[in-house]
Design a binder for this molecule. Structure first.
Ligand SMILES: CCCCCCCCCCCCCCCC(=O)SCCNC(=O)CCNC(=O)[C@H](O)C(C)(C)COP(=O)(O)OP(=O)(O)OC[C@H]1O[C@@H](n2cnc3c(N)ncnc32)[C@H](O)[C@@H]1OP(=O)(O)O
Length: 152
C-alpha cells in the first residue's frame, strides 16, 4: 500500500480500534505474535457481531484463510477494521483488515469471519437483520451478567 492510498477507511472498512504493540505481544523473533492479533480480531468481531445482530450470544463459527502480509514491532500502533459482508438467517459474515499505523503497511486480511447468533441453549437463532447499522440501535439492553435486570 502506498502512502497516497492510505485513508481512514479502505474497501468500505472503517478502522475503529487501535492497539499499541507491547512486549507481551511479541513472538521469539521480536515481532507481533500472530496469536495475539487473532485474539484481538476475534474479540473485535464478537463486539461488532453483537452490535449488528442485537444479541450478546454470538459464537465464532469460521475464520477463513488468514493472509499475514507484514508485521509489527514493539511500540508500533496497529488499527483493526471490520465490515459485514453478508447477513445470513442466523449468521453474519465479516471481512477484517489490520494495518500498521507506523509503517503504513497492511498487516493482514481475513476474507471471511462467520459468527452465529445463538439462543440460551447455544442453538442458532435467526437475527432478522439484512443490513449494516452504523448506530447503536440494536445494542442488547439486558446484560448477561445481570440476567433479567434491564439497563437504562
Ligand atoms: C448491554 C449488553 C452488553 C452485552 C455485552 C456482552 C458481552 C459478552 C461478549 C461475549 C462475546 C462472546 C464471543 C464468543 C466468541 C467465542 O469464543 S465462541 C467459541 C468458539 N465457537 C464455538 O464454540 C462455536 C461452536 N459451534 C457451535 O456451537 C455450532 O456449530 C453453531 C455455531 C451453534 C452452529 O451450529 P450448526 O449446527 O452448524 O448450525 P447450522 O444451522 O447448520 O448453521 C448455522 C449458521 O452457520 C452457518 N455455517 C455453518 N457452518 C458453516 C461453515 N462451515 N462456514 C460458514 N458458515 C457456516 C450456516 O450457514 C448457518 O448460517 P445461516 O444460513 O443461518 O445464516
Amino acid at each position: 500500500m502506498t502512502e497516497s492510498q492510505w485513508h481512514p477507511s479502505e474497501d468500505g472498512i472503517n478502522f475503529h480500534t487501535r492497539k499499541w504493540v507491547k512486549p507481551e505481544d511479541l513472538n521469539a523473533n521480536g515481532t507481533l505474535f500472530g496469536g495475539s492479533l487473532l485474539r484481538w480480531i476475534d474479540e473485535e468481531a464478537a463486539i461488532y457481531a453483537i452490535i449488528q445482530l442485537g444479541n450478546y450470544r454470538v459464537v465464532t463459527k469460521l475464520i477463513s484463510e488468514i493472509n499475514f502480509e507484514a508485521s509489527a514491532l514493539q511500540g508500533d500502533l496497529i488499527e483493526m477494521g471490520l465490515t459485514a459482508t453478508r447477513f445470513g438467517r442466523t449468521s453474519l459474515t465479516m471481512r477484517a483488515v489490520v494495518r500498521n499505523m507506523i509503517t503504513r503497511k497492511r498487516i493482514l486480511t481475513i476474507e471471511r469471519l462467520v459468527f452465529v447468533s445463538v439462543d440460551e441453549d447455544g442453538q442458532p437463532k435467526p437475527h432478522g437483520y439484512r443490513e449494516i447499522t452504523y448506530d447503536r440501535d440494536r445494542m442488547p439492553r439486558e446484560h448477561p451478567a445481570t440476567g433479567s435486570i434491564r439497563l437504562g
